[in-house]
Each structure stands twice: as structure tokens, then as C-alpha cells.
Design a protein around this ligand. Structure first.
Ligand SMILES: [Zn+2]
Length: 119
């Protein structure tokens, strides 16, 4: 099963997220309907996303995310409890049954810090 002009990963991701402009959506859907290779790739992407979403939602993972990711979580209706921690400060955080996730924003002076890679 192959495709002569496979839909790019970013386009597939955009389609799944509903970010494909209307002008390109019809031809994209037509391609997906007629192409088992690309529709399978989309299926895998959706399955991966669902698994990831479930793992995050169930609190099985903790991770560093971007501000736009946090904004997307809010847009998706997740209830977030947010903390902002200044350098040298501490916070007693909590989570309740009404929260979907806890977001901690840690401020740190990083001027002149060089990237350090663990070997
Ligand atoms: Zn294809």
C-alpha cells in the first residue's frame, strides 16, 4: 500500500485539528477517501493523539509544554489550576476533583545560561 503523492504530516495533523483552510479541505478529503495509505496514516495519528490525550488527562504523564499548548488545553475545555512560582519562591500546590490538570509556571533567570546536554 503506497501513495504517489502522500499528504504531508503537517497537513494531516492540521486536518485532524480542523486547521485546514476550507479551500483545500474538499480535495484533501477526496484524497483521503480514495487513498488507503494516507487514510491509514491519519487513523494512526488520531489513535496516537487519543492515547496521548488519555494519558495526559489521567495524570499518567507530566511534561513541559508551551504557553500555546496551555491555551489550547483551555480552549478544549480542560479545567486548569495554575501556579506561578518566582525564583527562590515556593508554593504549596494542590489538585481537586474539579481540575483536569495542574500547570506550574516556574520563572527563572536564564540570562547567560548555556544549553546543557546530559551525556
Ligand atoms: Zn495518499
Amino acid at each position: 500500500m503506497t501513495c504517489k503523492s502522500p499528504i504531508g504530516f503537517e497537513t494531516l495533523l492540521g486536518y485532524w485539528l480542523g486547521e485546514v483552510p476550507e479551500t483545500g479541505e474538499a480535495s484533501l478529503e477526496e484524497h483521503l477517501l480514495g487513498c488507503a495509505y494516507c487514510s491509514k496514516r491519519l487513523e494512526r495519528l488520531v489513535a496516537l493523539g487519543s492515547g496521548l490525550r488519555a494519558a495526559v488527562k489521567d495524570g499518567k504523564v507530566s511534561m513541559a509544554v508551551s504557553a500555546s499548548f496551555v491555551e489550547a488545553m483551555k480552549q478544549a475545555g480542560l479545567r486548569l489550576r495554575e501556579y506561578r512560582v518566582e525564583p527562590g519562591a515556593a508554593v504549596n500546590c494542590t489538585i481537586s476533583a474539579d481540575d483536569d490538570a495542574v500547570v506550574s509556571r516556574l520563572r527563572a533567570p536564564l540570562a547567560n545560561v548555556k544549553r546543557w546536554l546530559r551525556k
